[in-house]
Design a protein around this ligand. Sequence first.
Ligand code: HEC
Ligand code: HEC
Ligand code: HEC
Length: 431
Amino acid sequence: MTLRRILQVLAVLVVLGGLAAASIFFGAFEKSVVASSVDTPLSADEMKRLAARGAYVAKAADCYACHTAKDGAPWAGGLPFDLPFGTIFSTNISPDRQVGIGAWTRAEFHRAVRDGVGKGGRHLYPAMPYASYRMMTSADVDAVYAYLMTREPIAVPNRNNTLGFPFNIRQSLTFWNLVNLPREVDGDNPARSAAWNRGRYVVDALGHCGECHTPRNLAQGMDASAYLRGAVIEGVEAPDITKAGLQAMGFDPVTLARFMKSGLSAQGGMTGPMFDVVHLSTQYLSEDDLKAMSAYLFDLDAVPDVATPPPAPPPVAVPPVLAASARATYLDLCSGCHGVTGQGIPHVAVPLATNASLRLNSARNFIHTTLHGIPAQSFPGLERMQPMPGFADKLDDKTLADLASWMRAQWGGRPPDVSPTEVSALRRRAH
Ligand code: HEC
Ligand code: HEC
Ligand code: HEC
């Protein structure tokens, strides 16, 4: 081939590549899962009828958690999401006509929630979990819409994001959507029970558990090949919640269903971002939905009536010198609240001997909690836990690493291999 010919071919390729990129950019490949029937507005009667159910769906989908800032007005948005390239803020979805969604049509709302495309074709950042809500049924989205329209309109203007170029170009999210959004939504699996299918819907669509518990791939989408197998989020590990992961933490289906309601069990207490999930969302799930969620996560067609916790992992041997010094640390600093044998004290502190955090592959969550503590938390049913103090200034890296090794080996059945370097890395992280 002559040079001239090669250049011609290259020119054609560049033009074709440019055209392909441009057509993705302008949304030519975008696929809406929203049916055109939602172009018809709901009648006032339908809106009224749907609102009560919408309150439940909105809880199960945890909309409030992200759309209400700390100490902010309900539904008025403003909660910051810190990303590596800037901060974005959740928006006001109260029915205020100027700054909220009061003037949004039913169709606009559906497209925002399920396609990630807001009013006027404005693309939403995937911090809004539309990749999960895409699986929501049209009836459920209607119900949430009807419910939100009954809330008090709050005239708090939206805050400006601080994203730099090129991340501030919303239209470029068409590329993310092309790679990460399922084009079709799976229907029910006819080979499985109604409970299993409902559970999948509660976990994947409403509860969007995968947004935190599934690791991200290079394109920052949920990595389907590691579905629910655990990911680090805000410095803590959202653990593996597949059947194997749940069993390793000591859960059986009945115990898990109770835990998602109460936030407390022999496996410990919900902390950090997961506390908010229970507090604002799963505690309100119906018994049937809690069971369905458990059935799906344990891959069962029905949840048994009685709890059958998996046996405790056998302890792993620890060098005697390490064991003696770690035990002394434990008796000195921890046993007053957690009990001499780690059994916990009801209404005071959770058990550690049966604690999920000691059974995980990684010691991250255990070290994180011990360094930084836990604020006082109120659990459903008027249960309260006092604050757990942080021990960052009482335990040096080596002492805490030894304590973690000993506790994990004794109660979690894990090899005693926590290193001072691991502790030091987590200590340096701002809480
Ligand atoms: C994990 C956090 C999170 C959850 C949960 C969440 N949202 Fe959002 N939502 C956001 C963020 C962040 C934005 C702003 C995205 C942007 O600016 O691109 C947003 C934007 C929106 C918008 C677009 C508003 C506008 O003015 O453009 C709507 C509508 C919306 N969310 C509705 C909902 C509903 C309904 C639910 C529950 C079914 C929900 N959201 C749950 C984080 C969340
Ligand atoms: C906002 C992110 C987020 C979402 C959404 C989320 N989780 Fe979690 N989850 C976490 C984090 C972080 C932890 C670890 C914190 C801890 O140890 O309590 C966790 C811990 C857990 C645990 C173990 C509890 C323990 O004792 O450590 C279970 C079980 C769990 N999540 C189930 C779920 C299910 C089911 C859903 C969906 C309904 C869900 N999570 C949604 C972040 C999340
Ligand atoms: C003043 C009482 C107190 C002391 C002392 C204390 N803790 Fe705690 N700890 C608590 C309470 C209360 C909780 C449960 C908090 C909650 O879940 O809201 C807790 C929770 C924990 C958790 C989280 C368990 C889970 O379920 O996620 C770990 C890990 C832990 N403590 C380790 C330690 C270690 C290690 C020490 C000693 C270095 C220690 N604690 C000393 C009160 C205490």
